[in-house]
Write a protein that binds this ligand. Structure first.
Ligand code: LLP
Length: 444
């Protein structure tokens, strides 16, 4: 199931605890990932560079499928999507969660079977809905009352679209207020407490062109405890019982979303699939037995946990500046390729690579090159005291929600993505060039 390595897997002792498990220290202060030198890759493809360990992504998919053998494991494409990742996910037998016609179109043109795709979104556009119907996505998760009528109106005569209703279970969980989606005070889903979820279910059931196959909830992201999932399952089984009692319908599916936390820095907690699967299954089986409901088929939607730990971002240091008692190490990327520190106060653990150093560690702040004081990548981190322009810094756990949230700020161009596997590096997404940027800018 997992890849066999010639040497011991990365351990906390070599400082590579949150790196892809294929990462190894190499001579001259270099690090290899899947047998590929990061310093050489940086020289060949330039910096900033995003490196994705294909074996790590595949191993993580397999660990999920092994932990959830009777469930559908659906990758949340918003974490990071390109054609190659879509292919790996497809080959590993997972489904795909998309939230726009863009993600849907990219995946299907790369050959992803539409039947294994779930469409989400709190405000799907007419284009999202009609593209989903035209391509035949497996499930559409409805998120508001107007959307029910809108979708039903688009389904052709004689067809039935399988749908779910997104429910707010009323549970607070998640690594930051901006990524908590299980409570009433945010835009996603329909509330059980005020009855809008029950109302939406009744409306869906009144539409013959919509087939209600189950309920969905997604309580938040970067969650490191299993408890909120257990509580969410309990609430969802409660609502499924109400649906059975009021409508005589035993819903065959339950989707509990994603949100499983990863470690960005050594020592941080993670929520592994095995623990999650055991507790969720136990709660689901007990709850259903108690309510005398058949156990629904489960779906989980991990995004970050599949690709986050597989990615490493590599930057080159442009300047080092001492000011007011602080040392700012400025690199050639920043908030345009990783907005997470600015948005959520996310913390990372950068590492000097490509040369050895015996200098004592110094506390520095790694900043980006963008025209904004908030463009900070890693505040108060320890790096060798002699870090200088031209050095390479690598940031692990960079595979999720960085490039997928990249912006065009300051027109620096978005970085390329390379895949590494068995000592081979290959370009997946090329660097955004001035020609790319100016090709859209057609007025004068
Ligand atoms: N399912 C649904 C319906 C979602 O909205 C999401 C994420 C997922 C699954 C996958 O969640 P994951 O397993 O990746 O946590 N930009 C933020 C994270 C936003 C998550 C949005 N929804 C960040 O960088 O932390």
């Amino acid at each position: 199931m997992s890849v066999t390595f010639a040497t011991a897997p990365a351990t906390a002792a070599d400082g590579l605890g949150v790196w892809p498990s294929s990462a190894r220290p190499a001579p001259g202060g270099d690090v290899t990932v899947a047998g590929v030198s990061l310093a050489e890759a940086a020289d060949r493809f330039g910096t900033p560079l995003y490196v994705l360990d294909e074996g790590e992504v595949r191993d993580r998919c397999r660990a999920y499928r092994a932990a959830f053998p009777d469930a559908d494991v659906v990758y949340a494409a918003k974490a990071f999507l390109c054609r190659a990742v879509s292919r790996w996910i497809e080959e590993e037998g997972l489904g795909l969660d998309v939230c726009s016609a863009g993600e849907l179109g990219l995946a299907t043109t790369a050959g992803f079977p539409a039947a294994r795709i779930v469409l989400h979104g709190n405000a799907k556009s007419p284009d999202d809905l009609s593209t989903a119907l035209r391509l035949g996505v497996g499930r559409i998760v409805l998120d508001s009352a107007p959307e029910i009528a809108r979708l039903a109106g688009l389904v052709p005569d004689g067809d039935r679209q399988p749908v779910m209703v997104r429910v707010v279970p009323g549970i607070a969980a998640g690594g930051h207020a901006k990524i908590r989606t299980g409570t009433e005070d945010q835009k996603f889903g329909l509330s059980v407490t005020d009855g809008s979820a029950q109302h939406a279910i009744a409306r869906v059931l009144a539409r013959p062109r919509l087939e209600l196959v189950g309920l969905h909830c997604h309580i938040g992201s970067q969650i490191t405890s299993v408890k909120p999932y257990v509580a969410a399952v309990r609430r969802m089984v409660g609502l499924m019982t109400q649906v059975r009692d009021h409508h005589g319908l035993e819903l065959p599916q339950l989707n509990i979303g994603g949100g499983h936390g990863i470690a960005y820095r050594p020592g941080e907690p993670v929520l592994g699939p095995a623990v999650l699967a055991a507790r969720v299954r136990a709660e689901l089986e007990d709850g259903c037995a108690h309510a005398r409901l058949p156990v629904p088929r489960l779906t989980v939607e991990p995004g970050r946990a599949l690709v986050g730990p597989a990615g490493v971002a590599v930057y080159r240091v442009l300047t080092v500046k001492e000011t007011a008692g602080r040392t700012f190490v400025a690199v050639d990327g920043g908030m345009s390729d990783n907005p997470r520190p600015a948005l959520y106060g996310a913390r990372y653990a950068p590492r000097l690579i490509g040369r050895g150093s015996t200098a004592a560690p110094a506390v520095v702040t790694v900043v980006g090159r963008h025209c904004e004081a908030g463009d900070v990548l890693a505040e108060d981190v320890a790096l060798p005291g002699d870090v200088r322009p031209g050095d390479l810094l690598a940031v692990p756990a960079a595979g999720a929600y960085q490039l997928s949230m990249a912006s065009g700020y300051n027109l620096v161009g978005r970085p390329p993505v390379v895949a590494v596997r068995d000592g081979v590096v290959r370009l997946l997404v090329r660097r955004e060039s001035l020609a790319d940027l100016s090709s859209r800018d057609i007025g004068l």
